[in-house]
Write a protein of this length. Sequence first.
Length: 409
Amino acid sequence: MSSDMNSIGIIGGSLAGLRSAEALRSEGFAGAITMVSAESHLPYDRPPLSKQVLRGAWPAEQVQLATPNRLTELDVTFRGGVRATAFDAESLTVTLADDAQMQFDGVIIATGAQLRHLPGTQDREHIYGLRTLDDSLVLRDALAALTPDSNVVLVGAGFIGQEIATVAAELGHRVTLVEGMSLPLLHIVGESVAATLTALPSLKGATLELGVGVKQIGPATSDALAGVLELNDGRSINADLIVVGIGVTPCTDWLEGSGLTIENGVVANDRLMAAPKVAVAGDVARFHWIAPGRDEHVRIEHWQMAADGGAHAARSLLAGVHAERFSPVPYFWSDQWGKKIQAVGRPDSNDDVVFVDGPDDEGRFVALYKRGNLLGAALGVSRPAKVMGYRALLERGASFDEAIEHARS
Ligand SMILES: Cc1cc2nc3c(=O)[nH]c(=O)nc-3n(C[C@H](O)[C@H](O)[C@H](O)COP(=O)(O)OP(=O)(O)OC[C@H]3O[C@@H](n4cnc5c(N)ncnc54)[C@H](O)[C@@H]3O)c2cc1C
């Protein structure tokens, strides 16, 4: 693809950023590519951080997405360990924390998301969060250093919280999940599926404290290395190790005053363009999603979205006015409690839900989400082939009746 650009800056050196660089080269871009990343590690994969790395099954090197050789092959200049602190979307100038200024002909924003913290818990001993490789290694060592049967408390029972809880339980600790909603994942998967998923941790002996918030975390005691969690309902829980998993916020601080629209992410059009010559992808992107049954701005924090979005953002940047619509079928998975949860499409807690398979005694099932008259999503537990079978239907905007027929066939 020919382009009038000689230099492209990719800000954020993780999955979306790397896929952007790869797509720029595969589309024939021959100019300079500079990748700026706040982390000093070369691009690496995050899903194993709460799974294989945390349980000690994989060494850190196994999560690497790109070796130094790969970046050389792609002719990418990697500037790691330095944060972008400002951006001007008109002149396409990026300012870095070391005061360097870099001017590009095109920019791809891929700065992802960062952890939300409980006030007063940052930097407290035995209280952790998990977003980066370094976080994962520190938490892995801390979990392994506890004597078995210690009290591990997860604040937040979202996907990553449950994955961490799974590993803690496998290591022989007593695990409690404290969740403010009446059911884990309620806002994402809706009531009937959330209620069914609740069986998974319960089957493995984890304790769920639902519909209750954490008022504060009191100081450590001889029975609680990390502190005593005081709950809103007056109860308290001793904790030897606490992981706070209450979600993330998009990394947009550096874009204040940039001229871009920031509203829970960088707002982009249906081509992933946030401004002329500025594309955006991954967890930081809030793009206009136009697809069968969809016409809305969404920010979707899934691996697949960052991978596909990264490549698409690069193609859009090069194609200019000929850029094509980004119309993905979202996909996510989570490995927890010995099961694989997968979803294609986008479950919505307001959709009607029909279970077309299960749930069986081990918690396996497939549920379909009805959005208007269309299939909105399929979500399953340890039913990979069945769940993936709905991808093609979602791609062509199949009706819900067709999906039900597919389930019966
Ligand atoms: C522990 C964990 C487990 C996960 N498991 C799953 C899973 O099982 N299934 C699934 O679908 N998804 C999973 N995800 C989500 C998936 O990994 C993310 O959607 C994906 O990493 C997003 O990629 P990204 O490149 O957009 O952003 P990120 O991976 O967040 O990378 C952004 C990069 O930009 C850097 N950066 C931020 N601000 C700046 C700045 N100002 N200047 C320079 N650099 C900056 C960051 O340091 C980071 O390196 C998981 C995520 C985590 C954390």
